[in-house]
Design a protein around this ligand. Structure first.
Ligand code: DC
Length: 243
């Protein structure tokens, strides 16, 4: 990155003998995935998208026809489910009971269901365990809602990425367009859906979406994604030179 102070080398090792962990949390549409992907490339780390794990479980619940508000049933389903996340260059490959469901988890139905199943403490505890195992050796950028607060509270770098709801809704709408689904939805609908999901993610009793006390806040409302990526790189570089 240009303008970086090159006098002190970055310290890419983490605590307790493991490698560095960068936690990126924030609401939908704030740019987490783009930023996490770039940071992973830039600093030579693996990128792990925890939302994809909740999405895969939601897909299974939908396929099974279980009501999404019955914790005990979902908990039982979790005991019969394996979810694997494999880091990739562009996006993570998600394996649900061995089946590659990467292309099936980004539609609005699964998106809404993921936010619903993720309110239950037993489901969260299971996911958090899996995520802690995945990142145990460090060397990762992990992206989600509770990475800096719950999954890796000792992460060396924590960024809480936010943006105004309208901006996030518009970005999400354009992203859907790139996936060839723009014509199915109006921008207002996308913004409404995003708002409903935000409310649920921020107000659930267990591990609500909120910045960790030691997170650096990055508001990308008035930034292009390129500018937000550069700002995030600068935050990481500054943190690592201080450690
Ligand atoms: O990041 P995403 O949009 O793929 O996440 C989908 C849903 O999963 C999100 O609405 C809330 C839930 N989630 C969570 O509760 N905790 C995480 N660490 C990641 C996602």
């Amino acid at each position: 990155m240009s303008g970086e102070d090159s006098r002190k080398p970055l310290n890419l090792s983490g605590a307790a003998g493991r490698k560095l962990i960068i936690a990126i949390d924030g609401p939908a549409g704030a740019g987490k995935s783009t930023i996490a992907r770039h940071l992973a490339r830039h600093f030579g780390l693996l990128n792990l998208e925890t939302g994809a794990m909740y999405r895969a479980f939601a897909l299974k619940a939908l396929r099974t026809g279980l009501p999404l508000d019955k914790s005990a049933d979902l908990e039982q389903l979790a005991t019969e489910t394996t979810i694997r996340l494999e880091p990739g260059e562009e996006e993570n490959r998600v394996l649900l009971d061995g089946e590659d469901v990467t292309g099936l988890i980004r539609n609005p139905t699964v998106t809404d269901a993921a936010s619903r199943v993720s309110v239950f403490p037993a489901i969260r505890a299971w996911m958090v365990r899996l995520q802690q195992q995945l990142g145990a050796e460090g060397g990762v950028v992990m992206e989600g809602r509770d990475i800096g607060t719950v999954v890796f509270p000792h992460a060396e770098v924590k960024i809480f990425l936010d943006a105004a709801p309208e901006v996030r809704g518009q970005r999400r709408f354009e992203q859907l367009g790139q996936d060839g689904r723009k014509s199915e939805l109006q921008p207002e609908e996308v913004i409404r859906e995003l708002h409903a999901r935000d409310e649920r993610d921020r107000n659930r009793a267990d591990s609500p979406l909120k910045p960790a006390q030691d997170a650096v806040l990055l508001d990308s409302t008035d930034m292009t994604l390129e500018q937000a990526v550069s700002a995030a790189e600068a935050i990481v570089a500054a943190k690592l030179k201080l450690s």
